[in-house]
Design a protein around this ligand. Structure first.
Ligand code: FAD
Ligand code: DHB
Length: 388
């Protein structure tokens, strides 16, 4: 199997196939250093933790991960706790950074002595509708090819796998949002034990964390915002204004990372073509509110891994043929949930007062109705849609 991309999707798929004795080569165009330090997501659904545990790569995750049983929504100057575990039949979420998952998976792959080629850029896919597809890639100044049975396109939103599917068979769906997230890592103990999603007149803010001594915080900003416009003092000032409450204040600390991430919703259907299968951001993107991106990527490869193992062991293609449709059911649930969380919590830049009242009404409803809170909780911890 040829796997393009050593993000969470590609590395987890490689590990899954390794446990079934299936040979894989992983090609990654960046360096190991780069993929292990790219700051992104940090909130894992229980199903994600369970899969990493089954794959024997969660020892540090269980030691260092922070288990959360609830979160807070903040609006109208008040904080309301949503007891996720109580409302979801006992499930919880875990804070453990994507960078750490990637480090654990890379270390496991290297320990197994299996091929993971960094700075290897896939640039063309050929023969996808035949029996032996080919990946062409560049490495160390030379051009190489990898012939395989199956190509897994785990190369993220800007990769080459999705654009290799002929336009005539693809349908795409997308939504752009008039805002982005400025994210920071702060060397300061998180000021709250659980996450706070804050709606405010100045825009959305999120308090999250990476460990008992490191905070992860986000601010809604303009999509074209330049990070240079945000010296550290301005970031703290804005975080205080959006998250602060009488009697509660944010603890500041040195900012060691900052960056602006765009927000979009995107789905490309189907997630397969011939012997190419897309997984993770290569096939779909969600805005980050609700933390679904990484969890969807892991779920995709769980399904893809099972399908490849079945084909390898029995010759049956049934799960491979059903892969795209099976994935898309969960993808669309997460698309809706992420869109809903995003539009409920972010301030529209043109300040439409009708929209603002709808948001506040929805927030009050979630904070006061157990049925509405349960809907949020069930989706947040990871909803498994029926298979048909
Ligand atoms: P990726 O992690 O993107 O991995 C794809 C890999 O493929 C990359 O390592 C890339 O270098 C490699 N690649 C690309 N092209 C090629 C090629 N031609 N040849 C070889 N290799 C190639 N989600 C959340 O839930 N919460 C967040 O706060 C959050 N923040 C984010 C911030 C940013 C800036 C971004 C971009 C995403 C964020 N996400 C967040 C989403 C989440 O991180 C992704 O959903 C997750 O990384 C998906 O994993 P993946 O393995 O599918 O893709
Ligand atoms: C984090 C990111 C999210 O998008 C989210 O909804 C919750 C937490 C995080 O990076 O910690």
């Amino acid at each position: 199997m040829g796997i393009i991309g050593a993000g969470p999707a590609g590395l987890t798929l490689a590990r899954l196939l390794e446990t079934a004795g299936i040979e894989t080569v992983v090609l990654e165009n960046r360096s190991r250093e780069y993929v292990e330090h790219r700051q992104r997501a940090g909130l894992l659904e229980q199903g994600t933790v369970d899969l990493l545990t089954e794959l024997g790569v969660a020892e540090r995750l269980h030691r260092e991960g922070l288990v959360h049983t609830g979160l807070s929504l903040q609006f109208d100057g008040e904080r309301h706790r949503i007891p996720l575990t109580e409302l979801s039949g006992g499930k919880h979420v875990t804070i453990y950074a994507q960078t750490e998952i990637v480090k654990d998976l890379v270390a496991a792959r290297q320990e197994s002595g299996l091929p993971l080629l960094f700075e290897a850029e896939a640039y063309a896919l050929e023969g996808l509708d035949g029996e032996r597809p080919l990946i062409r890639y560049r490495r160390e100044g030379g051009e190489h090819e990898l012939e395989c049975d199956i190509v897994a396109g785990c190369d993220g939103f800007h990769g080459i796998a999705r654009p290799s599917i002929p336009d005539q068979v693809v349908r795409t769906f997308s939504r752009e949002y008039p805002y982005a997230w400025l994210g920071i890592i702060a060397q300061a103990p998180p000021s709250n034990d659980e996450l706070i999603y804050a709606h405010s007149a100045r825009g959305f803010a999120l308090l999250s964390m990476r460990s008992p001594s490191v905070g992860r915080l986000y601010l809604q900003v303009r999509p074209d915002e330049r990070i240079e416009e945000w010296p550290d003092e301005r970031i703290w000032e804005e975080l205080h204004a959006r998250l602060g409450l009488p009697g509660w204040s944010l603890v500041e600390g040195p900012i060691t990372e900052k960056g602006v991430a765009p927000m979009r919703s995107f789905v490309s259907e189907p997630l397969s073509f011939g012997r190419l299968y897309l997984a993770g951001d290569a096939g779909h993107i969600v805005p980050p509110t609700g933390a679904k991106g990484l969890n969807l990527a892991i779920n995709d490869v769980r399904l893809l891994g099972e399908a490849i193992v079945r084909w390898h062991e029995s010759g049956s293609r049934d799960l491979l043929d059903a892969y795209s449709a099976a994935c898309l059911r969960r993808v669309w649930r997460a698309e809706h949930f992420s869109w809903w969380m995003t539009t409920m919590l972010h301030k529209l830049p043109d300040g439409d007062p009708f929209d603002e009242q709808l948001q506040l009404s929805q927030l009050r409803y979630v904070a006061s109705s157990e049925a509405a809170a349960r809907t949020l909780a069930e989706n947040y911890v990871g909803y498994e849609p029926p298979t048909r």
